[in-house]
Design a protein around this ligand. Structure first.
Ligand SMILES: [Zn+2]
Ligand SMILES: [Zn+2]
Length: 140
C-alpha cells in the first residue's frame, strides 16, 4: 500500500484522501465505538490529521467529551474520530477506506469491554484499555 489512501461513505457524499502512510491500525472493542458503529467490534486506521483532506459538504460531527466522531449527513456512514488529547491524529473507520484489505490491524484495544461471544483467533497484542497513551493518562 502506498499513499494516497482514499475512502469515503456509503453514498459518496463524503470523500477523503490521506497523502501519507497510516501510523496506526487497530481493533477497538469499547462500548462507545460499538454504539457509534453498530458493530460488535470496530477497526480504525490512524493518520496524521494534517495529511488528510476531505471533499464534499456532507460531513457531520458529534462531540462527546474529548472525542468527536464524524459521519455522513446523507447516508449516516461513520467516517472517523478525533480526540482533542491527540490533536495531531485522525482515526478513520477501517471500513470507510476504499481498499480496506490494505490495512491489517496490529493490535486490539479495550478488550476489557469485548463481547463475550466474540472470538478473534490472532496473536495480536491485546490492551485492556486504550492502546494510545493520552497526555493526561486517561482514555475515552
Ligand atoms: Zn454518505
Ligand atoms: Zn473504541
Amino acid at each position: 500500500m502506498t499513499a494516497p489512501h482514499i475512502g469515503g461513505c456509503r453514498c459518496g457524499a463524503v470523500r477523503f484522501e490521506a497523502s501519507a502512510e497510516p501510523h496506526h491500525v487497530s481493533y477497538c472493542h469499547c462500548g462507545d465505538c460499538r454504539r457509534a458503529s453498530g458493530a460488535p467490534v470496530s477497526a480504525f486506521v490512524g493518520f496524521l490529521a494534517d495529511k488528510v483532506a476531505f471533499t464534499g459538504k456532507a460531513l457531520k460531527m458529534y462531540e462527546n467529551g474529548p472525542v468527536t466522531r464524524s459521519f455522513c449527513g446523507v447516508c449516516g456512514s461513520p467516517i472517523a474520530y478525533v480526540d482533542e488529547r491527540l490533536e495531531d491524529d485522525i482515526y478513520f473507520m477501517l471500513g470507510a477506506m476504499d481498499a480496506p484489505a490494505d490495512f491489517k490491524p496490529t493490535l486490539h484495544a479495550y478488550v476489557s469491554e469485548q463481547l463475550p461471544f466474540l472470538h478473534m483467533s490472532d496473536d495480536l497484542p491485546r490492551h485492556l484499555k486504550s492502546s494510545v497513551k493520552r497526555p493526561d493518562g486517561t482514555a475515552p
